[in-house]
Design a protein around this ligand. Structure first.
Ligand code: NAD
Length: 464
């Protein structure tokens, strides 16, 4: 079934999914495997259509669209397919004497009917990967793509019912009104990816039904560069991690905190890498994405023009095509606008710091970031950064790649979100881990049975 946003009463849709769930359709491993395989076929057969839609919505280069939206999703699905049997099996646990004789185990069970709300920046992956996790755990699921990327949303709404079981999986298109109406329903899990303001709206709606939520939010993810880092590699990896999707990446580099001794050299190298990637005029490069809409274009334009910093590279723009050049800014003043909120666009502030400890103190003085990138040749420095800061993830001497590894859980902490997915973490997020204790009927010895005696008390004290 596919609701298309013509009606705001999603009760009948959720009821139908509840019937499917209650019938047990989605529980067998065979159904889950079939659905995941169908999803892989959707990604394969629908590749051209999806890439066209990504190009229409975001001016996304085809290779980048394929790699970051389609291939990452397919890798997630394939990883689930090869591990699903083991993940879904009950796990025996050791029992203390207290439970003897008996058997203890943990049984993963699906939660029921889940809702996945996704944003526009990687509109295929951020919808289908959590939906795949919900399916792999045996749930019915409704996916709500972002209205800000309407072409991709329309293709997903057309393809999903063509490939997946329409009795268990649905797409609802629409914006704030549709999402508000969806949130009024009772769900067994809500998985939201997007900004923290709407994250709060989602959490409040979920609280009404005591529904568990996963919030995949954003924040200002820094890249710390120490004086001993390989500056050529750091510059290239930072430039790639920043300009990917024109900076509209939740795990993109927001800003750089660099040791003062190497700040100039790093800045020059980042600018050189940028030119290496996109040529002297990035507007002409087929590898550079556009800003998603006029609202975000104006927001980013205002940020470039703010007088709290100096633009040392880029800054050129074209409102017609929503092109904003990769822009490097320095001389960032305390309280500058670029340091107030997540930038989420191609503007890179480079801030010199005295040393790594100063960088750590700065990071700890703000919201916990989604990712912390750190560049240093010293393992002691790396360990210090990992131990003394808190973030959703840390990637040492690299950017972005940690996101694409299904064996690493992905999620935020504090203001960057809570809960996680990718690989096993996704399966676990959409499962309840039910404790099952099976006691032998005999012998029926229990020192806690009244009446108490000193012998029973001694036994109890040894057992507990
Ligand atoms: P968006 O505007 O597409 O919104 C996300 C979803 O929320 C959409 O489906 C939208 O329809 C819905 N929505 C919007 N307003 C709503 C409202 N008032 N009530 C209910 N639903 C509403 O995307 P966005 O929020 O601009 O996404 C960008 C943000 O998402 C950034 O902060 C980024 O860091 C974060 N992000 C996080 C991750 C992650 O995995 N942690 C991934 C991508 C983006």
């Amino acid at each position: 079934m596919t609701a298309t946003g013509t009606s705001l009463d999603f009760g009948p849709l959720v009821d139908e999914l509840r019937v499917t769930y209650a019938q047990g359709t989605t529980r067998p491993l065979g159904w889950r495997v079939d659905q995941l395989k169908a999803l892989l076929r959707l990604l394969e057969d629908g590749e051209a259509e999806l890439l066209d839609a990504l190009a229409a919505d975001l001016g996304k280069p085809r290779l980048e669209g394929w790699a970051s939206d389609l291939a990452v999703t397919a890798a997630e699905v394939r990883y689930s397919l090869s591990h699903l049997k083991r993940w879904s099996r009950p796990r025996r646990v050791r029992l203390p004497l207290l439970a003897f004789p008996g058997r203890g185990s943990i049984h993963p069970e699906p939660l029921g009917v889940a809702l996945v709300i996704s944003p526009w920046n990687y509109p295929v992956q951020l919808l289908l990967a959590p939906m795949a996790a919900a399916i792999s755990a045996g749930n019915c699921v409704v996916g709500k793509p972002s209205e800000i990327t309407p072409a991709t949303s329309a293709v997903l709404a057309r393809l999903v019912p063509r490939y997946l079981d329409t009795a268990a999986v649905a797409i609802v298109e629409g914006g704030e009104s549709e999402t508000t109406a969806l949130l009024a329903q009772r769900w067994d899990h809500i998985f939201y990816t997007g900004n923290g303001i709407v994250g709060r709206v989602v959490a409040r709606a979920a609280a009404e039904h005591l529904t568990p939520v996963t919030l995949e939010l954003g924040g200002k993810s820094p890249a710390v560069v120490d004086a001993d880092a390989d500056l050529a590699v750091a510059a290239r990896r930072i430039a790639w991690g920043k300009w990917l999707n024109a900076g509209q990446t939740c795990v993109g580099v927001d800003h750089v905190l660099v040791h003062g001794d190497v700040a100039d050299e790093l800045t020059e190298r980042i600018i050189a890498s940028t030119t290496e990637f996109f040529g002297p005029d990035p507007k002409a490069s087929p590898d550079y994405t556009r800003i998603v809409n006029d609202r975000h274009f104006r927001r980013l334009s205002d940020l470039v023009d703010d007088d709290g910093h100096e633009v040392i590279h880029g800054g050129q723009r074209d409102p017609e095509t929503r092109y904003l050049a990769p822009t490097v800014v320095a001389g960032v003043e305390p309280g500058a606008a670029v340091m107030a909120d997540e930038i989420f666009g191609p503007i890179l502030p480079i801030l010199p710091v005295g040393d790594v400890d100063e960088a750590i103190a700065r990071i700890n003085g703000h919201d916990k970031p989604l990712v912390l990138y750190a560049f240093s040749r010293s393992s002691a420095t790396a360990a210090r950064i990992v131990e003394r800061t808190s973030s959703g993830a840390v990637c040492l001497n690299g950017t972005i790649v940690q996101y694409c590894i299904p064996s690493l859980p992905f999620g935020g902490v504090g203001a960057s979100g809570h809960g996680s997915y990718h690989g096993r973490a996704g399966f676990d997020t959409f499962s309840h881990h039910k404790a099952v204790l099976a006691k032998a009927v005999h012998p029926d010895l229990n020192p806690a049975y009244p009446p108490s005696t000193s012998l029973k008390e001694r036994a109890l004290r040894r057992l507990l």
